[in-house]
Design a protein around this ligand. Structure first.
Ligand SMILES: [Mn+2]
Length: 320
């Protein structure tokens, strides 16, 4: 059960000495939301610090370096975290059982905090945060707006996915009113690729294969590919979007080997195929058309399990 935005604001107002956490391998929404909340709490006069995993290079503009800190917080708030297991391991072990408030937008949210504000109709955790801030009467300045914009823009694929609602665009309009450089951020977020990323994308595309009569596409990404291309894993998130862009593909699959050897699947689908249902089979979750799960350390077994679940989903939709 989600608390109201009013209650979430009240909870934040009552806290001090706060640690903000987000999910590991943070995307634009995780980064944008974490730093927006940091700036908002600062503005409210709070002592606050945060932890994040490595930030994608092109999102460096959203980072507030002095926000990072260590120490013993009194309160812990998480943003964009659909499940406790998605926290960075060190944070999960230390703080996972003492999160006061989780602010999220995943329909598959598994509650783990004392209080949860989850709005699955929000395109991004950043949109949910916007609602909480406005509900409390916080003045959203340009610095906060730029981070919220980063969250909304990235989670909507630059406003092109089905999670964009009229309200998402009204929120975005309000963010633009503050004078943020949306075009500049869009260029960095959606129209910029480093030479190393391009080499990596080429290598990933080489291994892309179509399955089930072209209804699914699978790409495998290994740690060796990161090494070969001289790229940090944090800077390769864009590749997840590729398999679904192929004509006729309903399920775009990217299997990524994590540093610990475990394969993580990113599943992106087109209606009527529901990505979060495919991932639920393996204990994962996310959004209806973009979700994720973990599939163990054996690549062959991981591919077989994932494809079997995709086959089932395609048949259930009458596509096979
Ligand atoms: Mn999100």
């Amino acid at each position: 059960m989600s608390i109201s935005a009013e209650r979430a604001w009240q909870a934040l107002s009552g806290m001090d000495n706060i640690l903000i956490l987000t999910h590991s391998t943070p995307d634009g929404d995780a980064i944008g939301s974490a730093f927006a909340l940091y700036l908002a709490l600062k503005k409210m006069g709070k002592t606050v610090f945060l932890h994040t995993d490595r930030v994608p290079s092109l999102m460096a503009y959203a980072v507030v370096p002095e926000a990072y800190g260590e120490g013993e917080p009194e309160h812990v708030v998480t943003v964009d975290v659909g499940d406790k297991k998605l926290l960075q391991e060190a944070d999960r072990l230390r703080f996972g059982d003492r999160v006061d408030l989780n602010i999220d937008h995943h329909g598959t949210n598994v509650p783990f905090a004392k209080e949860t504000y989850v709005d699955p109709s929000a395109a991004a955790a950043a949109e949910a945060l916007y609602d909480i801030f406005t509900c409390g009467g916080l003045e959203i300045d340009r610095e906060i707006a730029a981070r919220l914009y980063t969250g909304v823009a990235t989670d909507t694929g630059c406003f092109k996915y089905s999670n964009v609602t009229p309200k998402t665009l009204r929120v975005t309009a309000a963010l633009l009113e503050t004078g943020i450089d949306a075009a500049g951020m869009n260029t960095l977020l959606f129209d910029t690729k480093s030479p190393a990323y391009l080499a990596f994308e080429r290598a990933a595309l080489n291994g892309l294969r179509l399955c089930f009569d072209g209804k699914a596409a699978l790409m495998v990404v290994t740690q060796q590919m990161y090494r070969d291309c001289g790229i940090d894993e944090a800077d390769t998130q864009g590749v997840n979007a590729i398999p679904r862009t192929i004509e006729g593909v309903y399920a775009g699959l990217t299997l990524k080997e994590k540093k610990n050897g475990v394969y993580h699947a990113s599943v992106r689908t087109k209606a009527p195929v529901i990505a979060s249902e495919i991932c639920k089979v393996f204990g994962g979750g996310g959004h209806p058309y973009a979700a994720g799960c973990e599939l163990g350390t054996d690549l062959q077994a991981a591919q077989e399990k994932l494809l079997a679940a995709v086959r089932e989903a395609l048949s259930a939709c009458g596509l096979l």
